[in-house]
Design a protein around this ligand. Structure first.
Ligand code: ADP
Ligand code: MG
Length: 475
């Protein structure tokens, strides 16, 4: 079974060849879409936006990661009157995490007007600041059913001016037992409105919900289309003492080119690094004790695919943005499900598959249960034993990083490095990977089988007319 999760940031949904230009969207929105790099509509957007913009009620079903948020956000933003200071659209979401993601996506899409106020109203935080924000006025409210009801009860939220009601991730809301709450909220909305229902699956309750609250809805279902971000999540039960060794077993089995391994403590990072090195893996760690220059070197080697595993704590990995990451391994399950979702959201970007593998002791099982609840998915349990008699070949990164002593200060640019390698040295472009130039040094990834030769030729030749010192960064 495949578990999918709502991707947290990357533009991942696969696109159709159809442009947003063909839709009657205001010029400001068109410009924003361009800026965001949303060039073409995803299939669910192409199927649902024309109907939603024409004012129909809608039942839209498509997998996670297919771009459903923008499908309703563009419809409600197009209808919105920023000069009218009242809640005109309400989006109901199952969890705080999802509501916050939806809020962020709507904010991004609403950039063209700087006075559109979008408010997230979820449980888990105090009411007061939310009430104050509501007093200041909001155009769009995104929230979880329970908290929306609280505000309706206290009359801090008024829905008389509402023209669009959205049920997002409706299947998940039903799973979580929100049917009555949703009903309560929907009954408080004006009858004259547009109602949009979005869901990844179509369980029975959806039809009932639609019959009750949608008017002549148009149905759009996209079942078999390609998913955008696809994260396959598996949990492995391990005994405490086999945890670190288990990381190597997973690496040898799944053979990801780049893996981010999360530990809960710095000590565990050090221990894991030692075990991985002893087992012959190319692994590096990020920790707070590194100087900026050392940290840069680690990140460069990892991002250019010359290091298989980066071991880090959540703090050390903050702000890390790696485009291609085949796997995330949780050496320990974090107690906070939101952190877990954030961790694994780093893999499976840009249309690629990603593995999210977690090692859990019996004591961690409660943590897995709360993660599963938050993600609305059943955890998939696997055993390590099944993996052990597989391929035992060492896992070797495809590239090696060469450091050239000489950088921006010496006016060296990436083109100079590429030129030196493909010119006189005679290598092909395909043998050269990412080039990063810092103040003092230039780093270039080259195919592993030419690394020694490349060091020799670069040292013997010239970069930007000068002789340079070159070394391979290998542990
Ligand atoms: P869903 O709600 O269907 O699970 P999301 O709305 O969260 O999916 O979208 C998944 C990702 O795709 C988001 O990161 C979003 O920014 C991106 N995305 C949505 N539409 C487009 C588009 N037309 N072009 C490029 N990226 C898009
Ligand atoms: Mg969604």
């Amino acid at each position: 079974m495949t578990n999918t999760i709502p991707p947290s940031s990357p533009p991942a949904a696969s696109a159709t060849g159809r442009s947003f230009n063909e839709l009657p969207l205001p010029p400001g929105i068109q410009a924003t879409l361009q800026q965001l790099g949303y060039l073409n509509m995803t299939p669910i957007q192409a199927a649902s936006l024309p109907l939603a913009l024409a004012g129909h009620d809608l039942i839209a079903q498509a997998k996670t990661g297919s771009g459903k948020t923008a499908a309703f956000a563009l419809a409600l933003l197009t209808r919105l009157n920023p000069r009218r200071f009242a809640v005109q659209a309400l989006v109901l979401c199952p969890t705080r995490e999802l509501a916050e993601q939806v809020t962020q996506e709507i904010r991004r899409l609403a950039r063209f007007e700087d006075n559109i106020k979008i408010l997230a109203l979820c449980g888990g935080t105090t009411m007061r600041p939310q009430m104050t924000s509501l007093e200041h006025g909001a155009h769009i409210v995104v929230g979880t059913p329970g908290r929306i009801i609280d505000h309706l009860d206290r009359e801090s939220l008024k829905l008389d001016a509402l023209n669009t009601l959205v049920f997002d991730e409706a299947d998940c809301m039903l799973d979580m037992g929100f049917y009555d709450d949703i009903t309560f909220v929907a009954k408080r909305c004006p009858a004259e409105r547009q109602t949009l229902l979005f869901s990844a699956t179509y369980p029975e309750g959806i039809a009932r919900l639609a019959r009750q609250f949608l008017r002549n809805p148009q149905e759009v279902k996209l079942l078999e289309q390609h998913e955008g971000s696809k994260i396959r999540q598996r949990f492995y039960e391990v005994k405490h003492e086999e945890r670190l060794h288990a990381v190597g077993i997973l690496l040898k089995h799944y053979r990801p080119v780049s893996t981010l391994a999360f530990c809960n403590t710095k000590q565990q990072c050090r221990d894991l690094l030692e075990v991985l090195h002893a087992e012959g893996f190319h692994a590096l760690t990020l920790n707070g004790d590194l100087e900026q220059r050392e940290r840069d070197q680690v990140l460069i080697q990892f991002a250019n695919r010359s290091c298989s595993v980066l071991v880090a704590t959540d703090v050390a990995a903050r702000g890390l943005d790696i485009a291609q990451l085949e796997a995330v391994i949780n050496v320990d399950v974090t107690p906070d499900p939101e952190i877990h979702i954030h961790r694994i959201g780093r893999t499976g970007r840009a249309d690629e598959d990603g593995w999210a593998l977690s090692l859990c002791s019996t004591a961690d099982k409660r943590r897995v249960a709360s993660i599963a609840q938050m993600m609305c998915s059943e955890p998939e349990w696997h055993g390590l034993n099944a993996l052990q008699n597989g391929d035992d070949a060492p896992l070797v990164p495809p590239m090696v990083t060469l450091q050239i002593l000489g950088g921006r200060k010496e006016k060296i640019r990436p083109g100079d490095v590429l030129g030196a390698l493909t010119g006189e040295a005679g290598f092909t472009r395909e043998q050269v990977g990412k080039i990063t130039v810092t103040e003092q040094s230039a780093y270039v990834a080259v195919a592993r089988d030419i690394a020694v030769e490349a060091v020799r030729k670069l040292s013997a030749g010239k970069v930007k007319g000068k002789t340079v010192k070159v070394r391979a960064l290998e542990d």
